[in-house]
Design a protein around this ligand. Structure first.
Ligand code: MN
Length: 407
């Protein structure tokens, strides 16, 4: 079943593993019912993600049920359940996914010294043995097995390599190297992935290395891109970057970075980027949580301009201040927010859209009224602008009448 993921054999194709419904959903404020997960899973399928991590079956009966419903009703992507490295968890994941042949299990086990000691009180050798045992057991039920060395970034690199090589030999098909605590820098991630790739790839050329980066220091996207440049071919991401604590790598950001800077990366994904905004808005609605205005790619300001110099530039040639087309991510178009920073060009252009071609003195009068009102109330919407135009045109007409009368 290793070849079921479309394009997996294309070395330049990055597999998009979406964990909005697992890592994202388990963060405070982002809980979703099974129905909400189902709606979100359909949107993720339409968006073109390759793998949907639908939940953590052993976490609760509700989570198991949600994984069962979502993986049973949505066709297309591979469905995945998270699982601890225990037989009972693996069995629960299989129970939840058993009726879908496109299934993956994602087994995780803490490998760092702090996880070995604080969580398991186990030696490095004992953790290694449990990792191997769990993958061997999962092989009985799954063809597609992902193994995560939890807290990989803080694990001794040599030992991390031992664990990953051993689970690959036991049958794991994807090796995830997570920055569970969002601690790494792009340079460290690059060095780590490059060394693991050098060690694993010659012996297991089909194995996919995967990045799962958290955003505690705001570096999740940069770290994920760095991992990809060092040989990772799966990225674990979430819509709007939701996830534990500061969140996961944002799907929309990493996908648009790969696309917009194809000159740097030379890699593709299967994501239909024109659905990014609608998918982001759906998640926002389902979880009743706002996306910040200035959020990269999907925030309402991502393609909005208020400053006069910027608006003028974008009106002449959008490339002056835009590196992507708003339509590429699903916005209708560039949004010009009219406010006190806006210039005459932008006001005239919006007025024309609203049916008023303004020139010369008429434009002067409208623009004067516009600046005055913008100072008072901030943003000027279409209704406000029309009121300003009507008032200004009356004033302009009166001025004209007076001039006629004097002449
Ligand atoms: Mn995580």
């Amino acid at each position: 079943m290793h070849g079921v993921i479309p394009g997996q054999r294309d070395p330049n194709r990055v597999i998009v593993f979406d964990t909005t419904l697992r890592d994202g959903e388990q963060a405070p404020g982002f809980s979703m019912s099974a129905e909400a997960k189902l709606e979100m899973a359909r949107a993720l399928r339409d968006l073109g993600v390759d793998i949907i991590e639908a939940g953590f079956a052993a976490a609760s009966p509700g989570d198991e049920e949600a994984v069962r419903i979502v993986s049973g009703e949505v066709e297309g992507p591979v469905f995945c359940s998270l699982s601890r490295a225990t037989e009972s968890d693996i069995i629960a994941a299989h129970r939840a996914l058993s009726h879908n042949r496109r299934r993956r299990i994602h087994i995780f086990l803490g490998t760092s010294p702090i996880h070995r000691k604080a969580k398991f009180n186990m030696t490095a050798d004992e953790v290694l043995a449990q990792a191997i045992r769990s993958v061997e057991f999962a092989r009985e039920l799954f063809d597609d097995i992902e193994f995560s060395a939890e807290d990989a970034i803080r694990t001794e690199p040599e030992y991390l390599g031992d664990v990953l090589e051993a689970v690959a030999a036991a049958g794991a098909t994807t090796l995830n190297i997570p920055d569970t605590v969002g601690y790494a820098t792009p340079a460290e991630i690059h060095a780590l992935f490059a060394s693991i790739h050098r060690r694993i790839a010659p012996r297991f050329p089909e194995i996919i290395l995967s990045a799962h980066c958290h955003d505690d220091l705001g570096m999740a996207v940069a770290n994920t891109l760095s991992a990809v440049q060092a040989g990772a071919r799966q990225v674990e991401v979430a819509i709007n970057g939701i996830g534990e604590r500061a969140g996961n790598c944002a799907l929309e950001e990493v996908v648009m970075a790969l696309r917009t800077r194809a000159d740097q990366f030379g890699l593709t994904t299967g994501v239909d980027t024109t659905k990014l905004v609608s998918t982001s808005r759906l998640l926002s609605a389902l979880t009743e949580s706002h996306v910040p205005r200035n959020k990269a790619i999907v925030g309402v300001n991502a393609f909005a301009h208020e400053a006069g110099i910027h608006q003028h530039g974008v009106l002449v040639d959008a490339r002056t201040y835009e590196i992507m087309l708003p339509q590429d991510v699903g916005f209708d178009g560039t949004s010009f927010v009219l406010g006190k920073h806006s210039g005459r060009h932008a006001v005239a252009k919006r007025a024309a859209v609203l049916g008023h071609e303004l020139h010369g003195n008429a434009l002067n009068v409208v623009f004067r009224g516009f600046k005055q009102r913008a100072d008072e109330i901030g943003e000027i919407d279409d209704a406000e602008l029309l009121a300003i135009i009507r008032a200004a045109l009356e004033e302009h007409a009166e001025e004209g009448d007076r001039r006629v009368a004097v002449s």
